[in-house]
Design a protein around this ligand. Sequence first.
Ligand SMILES: NC(=O)c1ccc[n+]([C@@H]2O[C@H](COP(=O)([O-])OP(=O)(O)OC[C@H]3O[C@@H](n4cnc5c(N)ncnc54)[C@H](OP(=O)(O)O)[C@@H]3O)[C@@H](O)[C@H]2O)c1
Length: 239
Amino acid sequence: MILGATSSVAIELAKIYAQKEYSLQLAARSTDRLNPLKSDLIIRFNGKVDLFEFDVENTSHHHQFYNSLSVKPDIVVCLFGVLGEQDEAQHDWTKALQILTVNYVGAVSILNIIAKDFKSRRSGIIVGVSSVAGERGRQSNFLYGSAKAGFTAYLSGLRNQLSQFNVHVVTVKPGFIKSKMTANITTPAILTATPRQVAQTIVNAVAKRKDVVYSLWIWRWIMLVIKLIPEIFFKKLKL
Ligand SMILES: NC(=O)c1ccc[n+]([C@@H]2O[C@H](COP(=O)([O-])OP(=O)(O)OC[C@H]3O[C@@H](n4cnc5c(N)ncnc54)[C@H](OP(=O)(O)O)[C@@H]3O)[C@@H](O)[C@H]2O)c1
């Protein structure tokens, strides 16, 4: 199951898993936009693809959403996310709340429900796509970054709790991705992954039951350096 299935990465992920003959459950807030992808996957890979309406902000609907699935998933990948505008969101609580809800609160809401089911079945893999932005707060995007930091810590705790129940949790930390989310931002090519690369990172991490993976790998080392900069210098940087 892919939650946030209209994401640029999700589309590539669905193609890879369809080619591997997995049955797909694609959930997004507008399934109309997924119909062309569904047709494509069925024609090219003879895939089994079901579409579901899912809004991560609509937390009161999450139980109903999951309980209504006639077939429960074995692997769940969370790909929803909102970057938002830091300046705008600092002055408009509605926008800030959206960033916090999509990237953290709503993710916790749906994953609590899925984790409970996986725990009782003693199987399953949960993949949370977080971000390197959650590793250290920066003035340009700390609302998004703080929500992703919360999500990363949540995934870490969930992995710790569920490992004894044979449920595995993967944390994916992309750096820049050339996707809808960054369409208006220029990012350095060498540090920017394609949606296909991130999708492949997810597939590999699931297959090898990795705990925490970066996409691209160089981001692990970039973030290590960023985290090591003493606060007295870091606070003076325009990042
Ligand atoms: N792009 C980057 O540079 C970057 C870097 C690090 C981490 N990430 C993370 O990678 C993941 C995938 O992002 P992407 O780059 O593929 O961006 P994307 O194409 O913009 O995908 C984000 C997805 O989140 C969905 N979404 C937003 N609000 C939602 C809601 N209320 N309910 C359900 N779905 C909702 C969007 O749905 P709609 O199509 O309906 O808007 C969209 O499909 C996200 O978690 C993102 O935070 C991205």
